[in-house]
Design a protein. Structure first.
Length: 581
């Protein structure tokens, strides 16, 4: 077996590199990103040096987006590279509990995260922890299963939860000029899945479910966001066999960017009464939905009953806020008018020049990233089959879906939950779903500082939504730019400018992430729920996708099971009917 050839530039070992029959792993040169000298320490069992974390920006659990770290691991034959860093305490030796050999060598690499855009023939990863195991061992997963990825010629890393920065296609990958080929141990596709903190991690579908595909399903769901996952979960609970197909990775679309406001009161519009009633119904179901999901998945979803503050910064906004307050009172919604001083007692970070405010105590929040992670586990445990990283090339009502023009997934019913792309899938009836771009920032307090806010703060042009970990979501622009996902200086500047006028301390927070997503919009801002020409729709939720997740899943699953019909106010064909009226 060809071992590890080098770690960056400087060698601390006097022995030349080599490949031995009894010692298949030989570290030749080690140099971390901080370029600091380290004491030599024999690790024993064939590993010749100390592997330790770099300093500075490459420190423990610190990652910068779109930036590759500098520790470089070269593979045998001087070819392809594994760029990343070994996380751990500085000056911590990586030990080995036995002597590796060619005949029996299994290495378990747990929790591997991508740290930057993957270049051609490169793999960028951060190894959280490393240990040796017996031949054929699988790393245990909370769901009770694991993903086994084999490396030919004797080395068997098992990558259980992989944080992918870019989409991978279902194919084995050979490192440049290297001798070891990494390929999926079972099945056809090794999907990429976003992962951050443990509660945010979406386990690979390959580590969650059986890979023996069924010949035919009752339901095929297109789309792996919060809506698609929830529909699949609820349909499976009703005894239907379900397959979920997504061209990317679970939870990486609009759900990944969403702030997670459950705010039917703050979002109320007098011209959207049916949508308001649907939102209120879904909001009432959120406590039980969250509790059930956490129990089934074993993961928190970040549901917080905190209420929401709506504030105004000047006289014009204060007058508009008074009209909004009066409207909600006429609609019978629970709101509380607050003096600026009372609002600042609730949230001391608000500016002293605040002009007006009201409190919506029934508007709450959830963390969409934790939500999709929990839904992925719950649906898999219920028996949903995943086809991730596979694009639907055609929908054939009554027969199923075609995958990339080469494979048919047979299903009696098809549910389209593809977000902004729902109307662009071949074979899907024409529906007026369009992408509405939104740019957001993720901020956090500096170490040792108290959280900036305790509850969401909404204002003209944006919002600030705190998370349980002390971070804050600042959003969001509303742009009609097609499928463009570019971040713009102007968009981010306007978000920061407006937020700082009401919460000046926002400018003191660290920026941890900037991201753009595409909301699935419709002409009347209401979702498409129900059947049209043999295809069932669960899309077009615009700004309310997370809020409407429980009620959408329940309504669509009930219709699939033949239990109830959906309100025609949300029928996918309502726009064609209006045009002919």
């Amino acid at each position: 077996m060809r071992g590890i050839g080098s770690l960056d530039e400087r060698a601390h070992d006097d022995d030349p590199p080599g490949t031995r029959l009894d010692d298949g792993t030989d570290v030749v040169r080690v140099d971390a990103a901080d370029r600091e000298p380290r004491p030599r320490a024999g690790l024993g069992c064939g590993v010749r040096d100390v592997l330790e974390a770099g300093g500075g920006a490459s420190g423990l659990r610190r990652r910068l987006p779109h930036r590759a770290d500098r520790d470089v691991v070269g593979l045998g034959r001087g070819g392809g590279e594994l760029r990343g860093r070994v996380r751990g305490e500085p000056d911590e030796a990586v030990g080995s509990d036995r002597r590796p050999c060619v005949r029996r060598c299994d290495v378990v690499l747990a929790d591997v995260h991508a740290v930057g855009p993957r270049l051609h023939r490169e793999v960028r990863a951060v190894v959280e922890q490393e240990r040796h195991a017996g031949f054929g061992a699988d790393r245990a997963h909370p769901a009770g299963l694991a993903q086994h990825v084999g490396v030919r010629r004797g080395l068997h890393p098992q990558l259980d939860e992989v944080d992918a920065a870019v989409e991978q296609r279902p194919q084995a990958r050979r490192l440049q000029h290297g001798g070891d080929q990494v390929e999926a141990g079972v099945g056809e596709h090794c999907p990429t899945v976003w992962q951050g903190a443990p509660d945010l991690a979406i386990p690979s579908p390959w580590s969650l479910v059986s890979h023996s595909y069924e010949d035919r399903h009752d339901v095929a769901v297109i789309g792996g966001g919060a809506i698609g996952l929830a529909v699949a979960w609820r349909a499976r609970q009703r005894g239907l066999s379900v397959v979920l197909v997504d061209k990317g990775d679970l939870g990486r679309g609009a759900s990944h960017v969403a702030a997670g406001m459950l705010a039917p009161v703050a979002e109320a519009d007098p011209g959207e009464r049916a949508l308001l009633e649907l939102g209120l119904r879904s909001a009432r179901s959120w406590p039980s939905f969250a509790a059930e999901l956490e129990e089934v998945s074993g993961r928190p979803v970040g549901y917080r009953e905190s209420g929401t503050l709506v504030v105004a910064r000047d006289r014009d906004e204060a007058e508009a806020l008074e009209r909004e307050l009066a409207l909600r009172e006429r609609l019978g919604l629970r709101v509380e008018r607050l003096l600026p001083s009372a609002a600042r007692r609730l949230e001391p970070a608000l500016t002293p020049s605040l002009r007006a405010a009201f409190h919506a105590p029934d508007d709450h929040t959830v963390d969409p990233r934790r939500l999709t992670a929990a839904l992925a586990v719950a649906a898999a445990r219920a028996g949903v089959e995943y086809r991730v990283g596979q694009e639907v090339s055609a929908v054939v009502p009554g027969e199923g879906v075609e995958i990339e023009g080469r494979q048919t997934v047979a299903a009696a019913r098809v549910v389209v939950a593809g977000g902004a792309w729902s109307g662009a899938i071949p074979g899907v009836p024409a529906v007026p779903v369009r992408p509405v771009k939104g740019q957001t920032l993720r901020l956090r307090s500096r170490p040792g500082e108290a959280p900036l806010l305790e509850r969401p703060v909404r204002y003209e042009g944006g919002y600030l939504v705190p998370r349980q970990d002390g971070s804050v979501v600042l959003g969001a622009t509303v742009e009609e730019q097609g499928f463009d996902l570019a971040l713009t200086a102007g968009g981010l500047y306007e978000l920061l400018r407006d937020a700082s006028e009401l919460v000046p301390g926002a400018l003191e927070l660290e920026v941890t992430e900037t991201v753009a997503g595409l909301r699935p919009g419709t002409p009347d801002n209401a979702p498409l729920l129900g059947e049209l020409d043999g295809v069932l729709f669960a899309t077009g939720h615009h700004r309310n996708g997370v809020l409407l997740t429980p009620v959408t899943a329940e309504l669509v699953a009930a219709q699939l099971a033949g239990e109830t019909a959906i309100d025609p106010a949300f029928a996918p064909g309502r726009f064609a009917a209006r045009a002919t009226a």
